[in-house]
Design a protein around this ligand. Structure first.
Ligand code: COI
Length: 389
């Protein structure tokens, strides 16, 4: 029996607690603005420096003039909400994050529309997911509307840094870490929240050019009961050696298999994965607790269903995928995430196999649809876009 026929389910990612949390309306940005008080950077970049910094953008290496910050102290809660000069942090060498990795983060973008306005995509999704990660990592939750207010206030301070070139955006990186100076292994009593902003171009410089994947059979990204579903630095740190292995094998990215059967696809180092069958069905690994519930993954599932496609969240075995690619049953494979958006996978390589995938029509279609919504050139039927400024 073909492997997906046994357990084909209707998509369930649209019904998760995170999906429900993300659907709650967000107050207008004007009503949230001002929660983070602006202390302007006296050494902000000059117009000429900024224009220079915004030419030939890549991912994550240029930063704006300001950052958002708030501090949490046990027994007190969150205080000191501010927009302050972007700059180095002062941290005790005993800060718990440096020793035990008690840290979480998010990734979300601000897009400039043709009329100059600045928008973001489903901010409550990221706000709610930050708190899911916080609970797993024994960090304090941040009120969702404070999270969104921090984006509003930071983007209003640094709006002139939002680029307008094709595929460009202001990548926002909210993060929370244990700053308490204490070497005991317990949840920290002092925690800091920051948001930094990075004008960025495409994550993969080739745009929609297919990338190659090394399927890691020696390493796993996450295990059952672990932190795979949380957006915490350790998951990404554990992907770095396998990523080096992938590069040594001539591949762009690494893909992980589950740690129990060691047979089933999970996700790439920082992206979810989707498979397009010859009949147009799109399959993606189901949420097992070891993969990230991606915002892009969730939006794509919704858009595919809207366009009448059958979407199946299920177990996808490597063995089944390889034989389906060979037989022509699988036509396309693509990866998706906030930073990378949507990118076709053109080659899957691992110990004992090396296959190519030619198709990318559905991948391009979904890329164009999603980015059209994000950049304001397509209708936004689910009200995902939120005006920041
Ligand atoms: C994102 O897509 O925003 C992420 O956080 C993934 C990271 C590897 C860039």
């Amino acid at each position: 029996m073909p492997e997906t026929a046994a357990a084909a389910t209707t998509s369930s990612s649209l019904e998760t607690p995170l999906a429900h949390a993300a659907a709650v309306a967000v107050p207008d940005a004007n009503d949230l603005a001002g929660r983070f008080l602006l202390a302007p950077n006296p050494e902000a970049a000059s117009e000429a420096e900024r224009v220079q910094a915004l030419t030939d953008l890549h991912f994550g290496s240029v930063f704006t003039d300001h950052m958002a910050h708030a501090r949490w102290t046990r027994g007190v809660g969150w205080t000191d909400h501010e927009i302050t000069a972007y700059g180095d942090l002062t941290l005790s060498p005993a800060a718990a994050v440096l020793h035990y990795g008690q840290e979480i983060f998010e990734g979300i973008k601000a897009y400039r529309h043709a009329d100059g306005s600045i928008w973001t995509f489903r901010p409550r999704y990221n706000a709610a997911r930050l708190n899911i990660s916080a609970r797993r990592m024994a960090l304090p939750e941040l009120p969702e509307e404070d999270f969104i207010a921090s984006l509003v206030d930071l983007v209003r301070a640094d709006g002139h840094w939002v680029p307008s070139g094709e595929g460009e955006s202001l990548y926002l990186r909210p993060f929370v870490f244990a700053s308490a100076a204490f070497l005991g292994v317990r949840a920290a009593d002092v925690v800091d929240y920051y948001v930094i902003a990075s004008p960025s171009g495409a994550y993969f410089t080739g745009g929609l050019k297919p990338i190659s994947i090394w399927v890691s059979q020696n390493f796993h990204r996450a295990g059952r009961g672990g932190t795979g579903f949380a957006k915490t630095g350790g998951n990404y740190a554990s992907s770095l050696l396998p990523q080096q292995e992938a590069a040594a094998k001539g591949c762009d990215q690494v893909c992980f298999l589950d740690d129990v059967t060691e047979r089933n696809l999970e996700e790439l180092g920082g992206m979810n994965i989707m498979v397009v069958d010859h009949d147009g069905t799109v399959r993606t690994p189901h949420l097992t607790g070891t993969i990230l519930e991606g915002s892009t993954r969730s939006a794509i599932i919704r858009l595919l269903i809207d366009s009448g496609r059958h979407v199946v969240e299920d177990t996808i075995s490597l063995e089944g995928l390889l034989s389906d690619i060979e037989s022509g049953r699988v036509r396309e494979v693509f990866a998706c995430g906030t930073a990378a958006v949507v990118v076709p996978l053109g080659r899957l390589k691992g110990e004992g196999f090396d296959v190519t995938i030619e198709g990318s029509a559905v991948t391009s279609e979904i890329h164009d649809r999603l980015t059209g919504i994000q950049y304001g050139t397509y209708e936004d039927p689910h009200n995902w876009m939120y005006r920041l400024a």
